[in-house]
Ligand binder design. Structure first.
Ligand code: UDP
Length: 312
């Protein structure tokens, strides 16, 4: 049985990944400090092949067994979290990635870095291929997340080329699904909560900025395919279906059959205007393509919350 270690394994993506890996027959070690995650995401897992290690990855990681895969997902991924803890965000990206890579080197494990579309910043190329270097403001509020991930990518490549670690890099675009925190500040869980509570949906700016939303099951499938491949260079993982944030708010209202109004609030600083993955590489290298479209994914999310979605 192969062993996978997942940093950030109690978070939104991490917990879905742990569950998927267990279903695939892996032994899974979840490492998390529960700073922005919760054991509730893991409490339904009843599997002897699963263990949880309470640990902050900015400290040295010591694991007393063999490890075949290190999935490094730990991060303060939501704007409300990294804006609250900017230094910690930088430390997780730097010390945390260094420790996770050191572990992979010591264990001779394949290493996957969960990077992000944020490495492209506010892109001037559309859609964004991996060859695009990005347009990030290092001293803006988002810099503490974006630059941490860019640094983590540089460190991953250095461990690969200098130390011979078997690494890969997933650039993850906006992903959503069951068990996202309803107060995590992201557009989809926020709009769903507001729609269900009969509160106004808070669209920032004019709502003309775009995002491309990938359902979590599709994303996790892509992550594991990438980890199990021999690829070393970055690969975009995301759903190319692109929507304005206003279209997203309207879709949430339809799927929830909510009569909430839409209100417009100030656009956050450095909020990217467009975002759409070019997934040519993922298609060609991994045979991966997302299958679940936005409305279907939103319906699944509502069902998981015990709500009845409306067919649209
Ligand atoms: N957004 C919004 N209202 C909200 C939360 C987010 O209009 O209550 C916007 C946000 O400004 C951004 C988009 O939705 O343009 C996606 O935001 P999110 O935080 O989900 O992801 P990210 O900005 O990291 O892509």
């Amino acid at each position: 049985m192969a062993t996978a270690l997942v940093t950030g394994g109690a978070g939104f993506l991490g917990s879905h990944l742990c569950e998927h890996l267990l279903e695939q027959g892996y032994r899974v070690i979840c490492v998390d400090n529960l700073e922005t995650s919760t054991l509730e995401n893991l409490e339904h897992i009843r599997d002897d092949a699963f263990s949880f290690v309470y640990h902050d990855v900015i400290e040295y990681i010591d694991i007393d067994e063999s490890v075949d895969f290190v999935y490094h997902l730990a991060a303060l991924a939501s704007p409300i979290d990294y804006l609250r803890q900017p230094l910690h965000s930088l430390k997780v990206g730097s010390y945390g990635t260094h420790h996770a890579l050191g572990l992979a080197k010591f264990k001779r494990a394949r290493f996957l870095l969960a990077s992000t579309s944020e490495v492209y910043g506010d892109p001037q190329v559309h859609p964004q291929p991996e060859a695009y270097w990005g347009n990030v403001n290092p001293v803006g509020p988002r810099g503490v997340y974006d630059e941490a991930k860019r640094y983590a990518e540089a460190m991953t490549m250095a461990y690969h080329s200098q130390q011979g670690v078997d690494t890969c890099i997933a650039r993850i675009f906006n992903t959503y699904g069951p068990s996202m925190r309803s107060h995590d500040g992201r557009a989809i869980p926020t709009f769903i909560r507001q729609a269900l509570d009969g509160e106004p949906l808070t669209v920032f700016g004019s709502g003309s900025q775009t995002r491309s939303f990938c359902y979590v099951d599709d994303l996790i499938r892509g992550l594991v395919l990438l980890a199990e491949s021999g690829e070393h260079m970055p690969v975009n993982l995301g759903n190319p279906g692109e929507f304005t944030i206003l279209e997203l708010a309207e879709t949430v209202l339809r799927v929830t059959d909510s009569r909430s109004e839409i209100v417009f609030e100030a656009l956050p600083i450095d909020d990217p205007q467009i975002r759409q993955p070019d997934i040519t590489r993922a298609r060609e290298l991994l045979g991966w393509t997302p299958e679940i479209e936005l409305e279907e994914g939103l319906r699944r999310m509502l069902t998981s919350m015990g709500r009845e979605p409306v067919s649209v």
